[in-house]
Design a protein around this ligand. Structure first.
Ligand code: FAD
Length: 382
């Protein structure tokens, strides 16, 4: 196992200070290691995640070589030639486990933002102290965007949140964590070959969730109550003005509708599975309050906005992969983690084999299946 940094590198170095997992502690489980602390319904801070992954490296006795940066993987002699910061090795098979979130995904229109406006991404943002006083435009209404919008608003800054399609979820439902429902009801177990529109499922934004001691819901209503202004999806920046889509009401209705459908799925499962007795009664939530009139433009040169935070997602980085298996959009082409080159495998990508593939609790099933394929490849090519 070659790791360019340290064990748990992404959790150590690529996250903002206040971040906690949005998956509850009882879902922090890896083969042979699970959370056994006093707060199964709590959410780990980054230092705790790092300790958990470090503990797993010990439990699994994984042969990790840290501080080894892979700079190239090329097909060679029926296997691969791997060039790294300390030399070259050959392998008959390679598993790409380099992560799905190596870089912030920032739209090209960031170049049109006036030079005196500070621009941050989830990789460069650490805490509100580093952000200039004055207004902030957060672009992106998924987990990162809602969390950073709330934190910046609570620091006293005026915050505008630009949101397109998003996934609304309550933190708890019928007395249980909403991610308990995803897991227990089998929604997270849906296989990639059963998903109707796999491409879309793989691009689905992260849910509007935050891990707080109070198990708070952080949806758009919560942000509105804090005084965050909502605007539609950022369409473009022209002559220093940010122009927003007028479709805010539509994306909001759609996400309310999808949440209602998901909760109805949970209710059906709870009744059919006979576990309804162990949970509270069905709940329904207030529709998202749509602003009477959302602004369609913001003059970024007026001084109202001093900072733009791009919470527009993450992407993998395959610049080191010299095998023609990455498409024009930078996505690895694979079928359930088996890449389109013999001997090349992947883990940790969205809906790789199941809906839960990119979560810590999702890796075990995927790893078992992918390693099964890898073992068969090695046996047949020996
Ligand atoms: C902001 C954020 C919040 C998240 N919150 C949760 C959550 O609450 N719960 C949850 O279950 N999941 C969460 N996730 C998903 C999380 O990333 C995965 O659960 C898990 O960390 C993925 O592990 P991984 O090992 O596949 O990828 P990573 O953790 O990204 O690890 C990949 C490793 O590969 C190394 N690497 C990359 N390129 C090279 C190279 N060329 N040479 C050598 N080494 C290399 C990196 O240094 C890194 O250590 C979150 C993700 C993000 C971005």
């Amino acid at each position: 196992m070659l790791e360019r940094g340290e064990v748990a590198n992404s959790w150590r170095n690529e996250r903002w200070d206040s971040l906690r997992l949005l998956t509850p502690n009882f879902q922090s489980r890896l083969p042979g290691l699970r959370y056994e602390g006093p707060e199964p319904d709590g959410y780990m801070a980054m230092s705790e995640v790092t300790e958990f992954i470090e503990a797993f490296a010990k439990v699994s006795a994984a042969p990790v070589r840290t501080g080894v940066n892979v700079t190239s993987v090329q097909p060679a002699d029926g296997g691969f030639r791997i060039t790294h910061s300390h030399g070259v090795i050959h392998a008959r098979a390679v598993v790409i486990a380099s992560g799905a979130c190596n870089l912030p995904s920032v739209p090209p229109l960031h170049e049109a933002v006036p030079a005196d406006v500070t621009q941050l991404t989830p990789f460069s943002y650490r805490n509100p102290d580093q952000v200039p006083d004055g207004g902030v435009l957060v672009v992106g209404g998924s987990a990162t965007g809602v969390q950073l919008a709330a934190e910046l608003r609570l620091s006293g800054r005026p915050v505008t949140l630009s949101t397109g399609e998003h996934v609304r979820l309550p933190r708890t439902y019928r007395g249980r964590d909403v991610l308990w429902w995803m897991d227990a009801s089998g929604v997270w177990d849906q296989r990639h070959d059963e998903v109707e529109d796999l491409e879309r499922a793989r691009r689905l934004p992260s849910p509007q969730l935050v891990g707080t001691p109070g198990r708070d819901t952080l949806d758009l209503n919560a942000l509105t109550s804090m005084g965050v202004e909502l605007v539609g999806r950022l369409a473009t920046v022209r002559d220093g003005r940010a122009l927003f889509s007028g479709g805010l009401r539509n994306v909001i209705s759609l996400s309310d509708l999808k949440m209602e459908r998901l909760l109805a799925t949970f209710d059906e499962w709870a009744t059919a599975d006979g576990c309804a007795a162990g949970v509270g009664p069905p709940e329904r939530f207030e529709p998202t309050r749509v602003p009477e009139r959302s602004r369609l433009q913001l003059d970024l040169g007026s001084g109202e906005i001093r900072t733009v935070v791009w919470a527009t997602g993450f992407r993998p980085d395959y610049r080191w992969l010299d095998v023609p298996v990455v498409d024009a959009k930078g996505h690895l082409q694979h079928e359930g983690g088996v890449a389109a080159a013999p001997g090349l495998y992947a883990l940790g990508l969205p809906v790789l084999r199941r809906r839960k593939s990119t979560f810590i609790c999702g890796i075990e099933d995927d790893a078992r299946a992918v390693i099964g394929d890898l073992a068969r490849h090695l046996a047949s090519s020996a």
